[in-house]
Write a protein that binds this ligand. Structure first.
Ligand SMILES: Cc1cc2nc3c(=O)[nH]c(=O)nc-3n(C[C@H](O)[C@H](O)[C@H](O)COP(=O)(O)OP(=O)(O)OC[C@H]3O[C@@H](n4cnc5c(N)ncnc54)[C@H](O)[C@@H]3O)c2cc1C
Length: 526
């Protein structure tokens, strides 16, 4: 099989066999089994927006075809299968069913390893009801919400699967998503995204495979304590429906995400080595998606083969702080992603079609130990919590989200009432002065950053709406682990975003898979 890369394809063209035949100057009927394997939009020239694609195909005399066309990006490819490894005798407990824990447990179960996956939040159907109830009433369930529950923080999200991490496991992850219900365009899109409406089914289907292969999955079950002996965990203490029980473990994988602050505290008290880590805070910014489409695609903005456009901006401010956009959700909604009573945090989600009328993105500035005013390993968590409590207050202490127009934020004036606001934020908004949210150096950086972005993206700050606070863009801590993923307590394996080793769904899933491979290759250390 051959692969050809970097092929320019007009937006309206779908006869890929013909496209390849023209590239190779070989008749169409000699080219077989054509498959689109990568598709990106090139919109650098607004009068000539087109796709850039890679295809695989079969053809006779592959070596000759390559040798005669040195200017084309042609390579031989062979299909890759992610191997199934052999199980050990260990009982492995994975805590947390987000992408890191889910892929770890899934791969362990594929090998028929004895594995128990425990999740403090609810199974996805009940979780969805809890979240809908929160969006309707403002009544938060602190154990079943946008952060906690089956599938972790990534389930009620945009489901973007982009990552800067280069790793061959990405293919297996994409194929697993498709096998369990994601749209197969994620296999070729250069910016794959699944969407909340599909993710809900994907995570439930993956869980069913874990169970089918002999794994145990326990929802509404929280890790609350550890019994240690000789620097190893012997038993974990779990809480389910107010009942506490003990469970023996040989190896404990911690895939707890970055929002389980009570669990961070417990692990710190138990002596797990944790250190501070810089992270980023800021707002969500919302625009009309039609405005973003026109800016990015020009006259092709409403072309039926182009999806809702995205953008990515990064600027450096005079104080040296970088300000950047992050986790942009085309055609999506800003949602109240709180998980703690009395604290409010926002994030963005979208469905597979990305057809809501607004676009949203985080707009962030990095914060670090200098901002935390303490050397305590969990000082970043306290910093986040203070911001979230302030956002809760600004919203009126009922989980209404504080919002403000960019120009009002920059000028420090309140010009609208809550009723005049037109944005997607759930469950409801309160027009408030977001200048009160951050310490002044952060406000200054964000304001300057927004103005610099306006210079790069004309109209970016015009009529755009900010909501806050976006404080959980990444983990405020890092757990120590060695090259074999072992923490200082040697049968504990911290993984994923909460442990400080991943950022986003794809890299967390990769980390989970890598951990499962290590566990399957190791003999018990007990
Ligand atoms: C609204 C939203 C939108 C997002 N959009 C995207 C996106 O489009 N693309 C992207 O790449 N990333 C996105 N993210 C970030 C992404 O979801 C995270 O990076 C990813 O989920 C981290 O995976 P994880 O497995 O490390 O942790 P998590 O997904 O946070 O999972 C941790 C799990 O552990 C459970 N847990 C915690 N403590 C305990 C305990 N003591 N006992 C039992 N269970 C416990 C939690 O309930 C949770 O389910 C989004 C996040 C949110 C909130």
């Amino acid at each position: 099989m051959l692969q050809i890369n970097n092929v320019m394809v007009p937006l309206d063209t779908t006869d890929y066999q013909k496209v390849i035949s023209q590239q190779l100057n070989i008749s169409k009927n000699k080219i077989r089994d054509v498959k689109l394997v990568k598709q990106a939009v090139d919109a650098r020239r607004k009068n000539k927006v087109h796709f850039v694609c890679s295809f695989t195909f079969n053809i006779d005399n592959e070596d000759l075809v390559i040798a005669k066309r040195p200017k084309l990006q042609l390579t031989k490819v062979k299909p890759y299968n992610y191997p199934v490894l052999k199980a050990t005798d260990d009982h492995i407990v994975v805590v947390g069913s987000g992408p890191a824990g889910l892929f770890c447990a899934y791969n362990l179960a594929r090998a028929h390893q004895k594995v128990t996956l425990i999740e403090r939040g609810s199974a996805v159907d009940k979780r969805k009801n809890d979240i809908d109830h929160f969006f309707k009433t403002g009544k938060l369930n602190p154990e079943s919400n946008v952060q906690f529950g089956e599938g972790g923080a990534g389930t009620f999200s945009d489901g973007k699967l982009t990552t800067g991490v280069k790793d061959y496991r990405k293919r297996f992850i994409l194929e697993t998503f498709v096998e369990h219900g994601a749209n197969d365009d994620i296999l070729y899109s250069n910016k794959p995204h699944v969407g909340t409406d599909y993710l809900i089914n994907v995570v439930a289907n993956m869980r069913k495979i874990i169970q089918k292969n002999g794994g145990t999955v326990l929802f509404d079950t929280k890790l609350v304590d550890l019994e240690l002996e000789n620097n190893q965990v012997k038993k974990i203490i779990i809480e389910k429906n107010g009942q506490v029980e003990k469970m023996s473990v040989d190896k404990l994988v911690l895939a707890i995400g970055h929002s389980a602050r009570d669990t961070y505290e417990m692990l710190y008290q138990k002596g797990l080595e944790i250190s501070q880590k810089p992270f980023a805070v800021g707002f969500r910014i919302e625009h009309l998606q039609s405005f973003i489409n026109v800016h990015q695609y020009g006259k092709f903005a409403s072309h039926p083969r182009l999806k809702a456009a995205d953008y990515k901006l990064a600027v450096k401010t005079s104080s040296g702080r970088g300000v950047y956009t992050f986790c942009m959700c085309p055609g999506g909604q800003v949602i109240n992603s709180s998980s703690e009573e009395g604290g409010l945090v926002v994030n963005g989600m979208s469905n597979q079609a990305r057809d809501d009328k607004n676009a949203n993105s985080a707009i962030l500035v990095t914060v670090g130990p200098d901002d935390f005013d303490s050397d305590h390993p969990l000082a970043g968590v306290s910093f986040q919590r203070q911001l979230e409590q302030k956002a809760f207050e600004l919203g009126g202490q009922n989980y209404h989200v504080p919002v403000m127009r960019v120009e009002d934020y920059i000028n420090n004036t309140i010009a609208l009432t809550s009723e005049e606001v037109n944005c997607s934020v759930l469950p409801a908004v309160k027009y408030a002065n977001l200048n009160e949210l951050f310490p002044e150096p952060i406000n200054q950086a964000l304001k300057e950053g927004l103005q610099l972005m306006e210079q790069k993206f004309s109209g970016f700050t015009n009529q755009a709406m900010l909501s806050g606070v976006e404080s959980r863009s990444s983990s405020p801590v890092r757990f120590y682990r060695d090259n074999n993923y072992r923490s200082n307590i040697t049968n504990i394996y911290p993984i994923g975003e909460g442990a400080g080793y991943a950022g986003g769904i794809m890299s967390s899933a990769i980390d989970g898979l890598k951990c499962s491979e290590i566990l399957l290759k190791e003999e018990s250390c007990i």
